[in-house]
Write a protein of this length. Sequence first.
Length: 362
Amino acid sequence: MALLEIKNVVKRFGDFTAVDNVSLSIEAGEFFTLLGPSGCGKTTLLRMLAGFEAPDEGQILLDGQDMSRVPPEKRPVHTVFQSYALFPHMTVRQNIAFPLKMAGWDAKKIATQVDELLEDVRLTQFGDRYPHEMSGGQRQRVAIARALVDRPRLLLLDEPLSALDAKLREQMQLELINLQKEVGITFVYVTHDQGEALALSHRIAVMNNGQVEQLDTPETIYSYPKNRFVADFIGQCNVLDAEVAAVGGDDTMTIAIKGCGQMRVRAKAGAAPGQKGWFALRPEKIKVGRALPSDADEAHFKGRVNDCLYRGDVTIYMVEVGDGVLIETMLPNSAPGLAKLFDDDDSVEIAWRFDAGSFVTE
Ligand code: ATP
């Protein structure tokens, strides 16, 4: 049985449907992320898991129990917010101990539990400090420790890193991954930051307009977006006009990419000849060279470098192929020295394997 089951949940505010018939289940021990643009309904869904909002329709089951009549403070669920929400007049120890004190634990047991949590969030030396004496990242670790101290079944995290600068955020991402592994508690994480979602999660639900567009592992979502929205929302992507030409008996099919011609790609379930859509292809999946050997498993084009964007670690080369089609490619600047491989107007060849991208529809 899944730890958490969300069944056909709907939430409306007046005429507006913020969460539109969402169903998904989350396994015990998962790091699960709700990812989507501002206004897609992810926070509203999280608030229903916490009990701050009630669904208009559907059910939320935790360990098989319907949560609809259970108030927030009675659920084995805690929430960590972007704004830390620590008690300013209490030390770190007192902040973390607070839920246990409220629950009437004895002082010795509280001390042992708080020590353990301080170690889990690597703040053992900071127990006697006050929140204002700590950095943003440290404060957020205290908030997380306090939310974990009575071992909830579920920890909800609502954009917990968005107040931190980029470097600290990356460091905190590593800490969160390790902490979740260590404590083994199920995390449901809300973010609009796709990089964060890809780095942290076991699985991601990509949301848009109150609905789940795709639910998969980070690798599948990134490499094989299911539709146009996911392809555009996550990372850089070539999205080329395409039409299904033929569907075969194997796990490939043939599509015609406008201005490029026909090629074999991964089959899409339910695709039919004549169906229009797009071919979604990540820039770094494309080979670029002065001359590339031909390969039956690859689409192959001669082209010309139109623009170069040097980014330090990689360079983006915009390559014009076929009938004026611009394809974004990306190569690591991994050679020693100044390592610029191509210049504007260079003749190049590009190639990608039949399974490098995916045919997507609306
Ligand atoms: P953000 O990242 O900006 O917080 P989100 O994806 O978390 O966005 P929600 O906060 O879930 O989005 O909001 C979804 C939609 O529901 C938005 O259009 C929002 O304006 C609307 N909404 C949320 N709460 C209420 C409310 N209490 N009353 C009316 N409308 C609301």
